[in-house]
Design a protein around this ligand. Structure first.
Ligand code: AMP
Length: 310
């Protein structure tokens, strides 16, 4: 099995990884880092949890030039993912003083302008906000040598296809391109074909996720017994925190309410809540003021995954 130093990473980066407790590369890292370090394009089918962020972040950091101009651009579907990726890059790149800024909708643009003015090398953002900065002339793409599309399937689902293509077209032809996606529907493979050159293709099957120690259990119960059964499980397992996924928004609200009525600290979270409400719910959960999140739609796990990693 390869080690991180076999992958050609520099001392400062190896130190950062060892400080983070990363002992060995995950399969997607082992397969994606060498071609990306060589400057090749990569198309990776890999889900969250496989270590895909480091798979593209480490080569970005290693290939940076000292100039403080945007050299790498990472497009992500949500502000939560953008923040999380920026934070990961910051941590991995500390020893190399890599300068990274997240840009996303919802944050006052002035703060992002200040960060961009101070000279960043890596910009991680949602397509809409990246377009805003391009229009304002506050983000120059002429020195971009690497573009990463992270969670491409999610970005297309969210209607960002045109924005992504526009952004890619404004970057230099000579750029290196990496695309990561959990699934490869036609829209994603079409995008990959149009914007990558002789890509190395990588596919990580789900058995290789970095959470092999997660125990999975299911119980067969009648619909009318579900709430009682859930409460029994919660009482027996006594998780300090937990996330409960349900199918609909109405179910999220009503289950959260039923659990509250039974004395659990539960909050519902779903797409009908405003961003401010969502932030409040996540903050309560992070700070331990609530112990259970009742959430809809696993696709929206992008809001939740950052806290699962903490
Ligand atoms: P990702 O799939 O990039 O969202 O990463 C999933 C989680 O695995 C994150 O919490 C990372 O910090 C962690 N991780 C990534 N690579 C490694 C590694 N080589 N060893 C241990 N943990 C890792």
């Amino acid at each position: 099995m390869a080690t991180f130093s076999d992958l050609g990473l520099s001392e400062p980066v190896l130190r950062a990884l060892s400080d983070l407790g990363y002992d060995e590369p995950t399969p997607v890292q082992e397969q994606a880092i060498p071609p990306l370090m060589e400057g090749r394009d990569v198309i990776g089918q890999a889900q969250t949890g496989t270590g895909k962020t480091a798979a593209f972040a480490l080569p970005i950091i290693e290939r940076l030039k000292p100039e403080r101009v945007p050299q790498a651009l990472v497009l992500a579907p949500t502000r939560e993912l953008a923040m999380q990726v920026a934070e990961a890059i910051y941590k991995y790149g500390k020893g190399r003083a890599a300068r990274v800024a997240p840009v996303y909708g919802g944050q006052p643009i002035a703060r992002q302008l200040r960060a961009l003015e101070q000279g960043v090398q890596i910009v991680v953002g949602t397509p809409g906000r990246i377009m805003d900065h391009m229009r304002r002339g506050t983000l120059a793409l002429d020195h971009i040598s690497m573009v990463v599309l992270d969670e491409a399937d999610e970005m297309l689902d969210m209607g960002f296809a045109e924005d992504i293509e526009y952004i890619l077209q404004q970057t230099p032809e000579t750029r290196q391109t990496a695309l990561f996606s959990a699934t490869m529907p036609d829209g994603v493979s079409g995008l990959a074909n149009r914007y990558t050159k002789s890509p190395v293709k990588i596919s990580i099957v789900s058995e290789q996720l970095t959470a092999p120690r997660t125990r999975q259990v299911y119980y067969e119960v009648l619909p009318r017994d579900k709430l009682d059964a859930l409460c029994r499980v919660l009482d027996v397992e006594t998780p300090s925190t937990g996330i409960i996924f349900v199918r609909t928004r109405a179910e999220a609200d009503s289950l959260a309410e039923s659990l509250q009525g039974r004395g659990y600290l539960a909050d519902g979270i779903h797409g009908e809540l405003s961003q401010a409400m969502r932030d409040r719910v996540m903050k309560r959960f992070r700070e331990g003021q609530s112990e259970l999140l009742v959430a809809t739609d696993v696709a929206r796990a992008a809001w939740i995954s950052p806290i699962c990693r903490m």
